[in-house]
Design a protein around this ligand. Structure first.
Ligand SMILES: *Cc1c(COP(=O)(O)O)cnc(C)c1O
Length: 465
């Protein structure tokens, strides 16, 4: 399997292998890597899925994307080890909301949000490749919450990897901060930046933009544009369909921020998974549902909501879909994005808009509607759901058609967003012991100004080897 960039010219053939794509993250031309072709699901695999463990299915599905970079036995062992960290024997259990509406719980990993599903595997893939190359990396990342802790947890204690994660001081929830600051591993470093999430992201970009610093520090990224994360997320779509074993094709409803999760569903469909519809669920930051409605990308200010992991203005993974809408023309894809950055808006052609609408539908919920869903689900079924999941449930309820089989992806544990749950239901959800334990552990983090020189100095000072 070879990969090309979403900015490469049509007919371009100089694909990279999986291991290079894994470590590079972003392509040198600024594009995102995508596979040159989409492998087909092996015949019978969906029905067989119900007899396989989650890890077995994951190894089978990821193998064609990984190609020869990792041999099958090593991949199987890595994936089994990754999903051994999950608290539920099914890894991603299905829970019924009603006869035809299911929740696929993706939050049973070590940090209680769905980012663990991909990052636990990606950390092991990194390790394997660095071992083979006898090399090491320094991962730097910015986080507004879930990604940082999932990445830090996944690489904690690994010899060949150091990680520095910047978060905006005072702007993450207490539990999210503690998940990052209490790990205690010598290779894991949290930095509270005196600024906003955008400042953190700009600092990371500035470090990557400094060629000399990037090379000297062996910088690497694990943000959601890393293809390996998308590949790992394809698995639970197939898993859910296999476990439900219903003759109806499934409609998936996906709470969406950076478009990584739903993009994996789109790839599952392209691989041949019978899929009725893909529903994109947004909060008030609804650039994607507006794109589906109007065919226009238009930027609004980011509004903070109860579902902060979806408070995103422009979804980075959208570029992979735009590349398809431009029939694999990377220059046209880059042109549209340039126009969007310059003018704050850019329009699809009528034909592209039509194609988008044939593949995705979407809707949005504001905070009040989100709380209403959380309250109602609790009243009806004594179940707590977190605000991100509630956005998904609300959109699924609004969009579903009679007789349609719907799976809504549950992306975070309710205890991670206890305050919102309490507002909606009057009750505080029980914390799993591993989550509750972060409240008692000592915190360790650096506090630094929004100043790239200080951050670079910090990165140099903590880097091992
Ligand atoms: C990251 C995240 C999302 C959004 O996923 P994307 O891949 O960015 O679309 C939704 N819910 C939770 C809890 C998340 O952490």
């Amino acid at each position: 399997m070879r990969y090309l960039s979403t900015r490469s010219a049509p007919g371009h053939t100089q694909g990279l292998a999986f291991d290079d794509v894994l470590l590079a993250g972003l392509a040198p031309d600024g594009g995102l890597y995508i596979p040159e072709h989409v492998p087909k699901l092996p015949t019978g695999l969906v029905s067989e899925a119900s007899t396989l463990s989650y890890a077995e299915l994951a190894a089978r599905l990821m193998a064609p994307y990984v190609g020869t970079a990792v041999d099958d036995d090593a991949l199987e062992a890595m994936v089994a080890d990754a999903y051994g960290t999950f608290a539920h024997p099914d890894v991603c259990p299905l829970v019924a909301l009603d006869d035809d509406h299911w929740l696929l719980e993706l939050f049973h990993g070590p940090t209680f949000a769905f980012k663990d599903i991909a990052l636990q595997v990606v950390a092991r893939l990194f390790d394997h490749e660095l071992e083979r190359r006898d090399d090491r990396v320094m991962i730097v990342a910015a986080t507004s919450g879930d990604t940082g802790s999932a990445a830090m947890e996944a690489v904690a204690g690994r010899e060949r990897i150091d990680i520095v994660v910047l978060h905006p001081a005072g702007r993450t929830s207490e539990i999210q901060r503690r998940q990052m600051t209490t790990l205690g591993a010598p290779n894991v470093h949290a930095v509270a930046v005196d600024g906003t999430f955008d400042d953190c992201q700009d600092l990371v970009k500035a470090m990557f933009g400094d060629e000399a610093f990037r090379t000297e520090s062996k910088l690497a990224a694990v943000n959601s544009i890393n293809w390996a994360r998308v590949a790992a997320q394809i698995v639970y779509y197939v898993w859910a369909a296999g476990r439900l074993a219903d003759e109806r094709p499934v409609t998936f409803c996906v709470p969406t921020g950076n478009f990584g999760n739903v993009l994996a569903g789109h790839y599952a469909r392209r691989m041949g998974l019978p899929t009725e519809r893909l529903l994109i669920a947004s909060n008030t930051n609804d650039i994607l549902s507006r794109l589906i409605d109007t065919g226009e990308l238009s930027a609004h200010e980011v509004v903070p909501t109860l579902s902060p992991s979806m408070d995103i203005q422009i979804s980075s993974n959208l570029e992979r879909l735009l590349f398809e809408l431009f029939d694999g023309d990377g220059r046209a894809t880059a042109g549209l994005l340039r126009q969007f950055r310059a003018d704050g808006r850019a329009r699809l052609t009528a034909e592209q808009h039509q194609q988008l609408r044939s593949e995705f539908s979407g809707d949005r919920l504001d905070d009040l509607e989100t709380l209403e869903v959380m309250g109602r689900v609790h009243a009806d079924s004594q179940m707590f759901v977190d605000p991100h999941t509630a956005v998904g449930i609300g959109v699924a309820e609004r969009c579903r058609r009679p007789g349609e089989l719907v799976v809504t992806l549950a992306t975070a544990h309710p205890a991670k967003f206890g305050d919102a749950v309490q507002r909606a239901t009057g009750r505080m959800p029980d914390s799993p012991p591993a989550l509750a334990a972060v409240a008692d552990r000592p915190e360790r983090y650096a506090s630094l100004p929004t100043d790239v020189t200080s951050i670079k100095e910090f990165v140099r000072s903590v880097r091992r080897g």
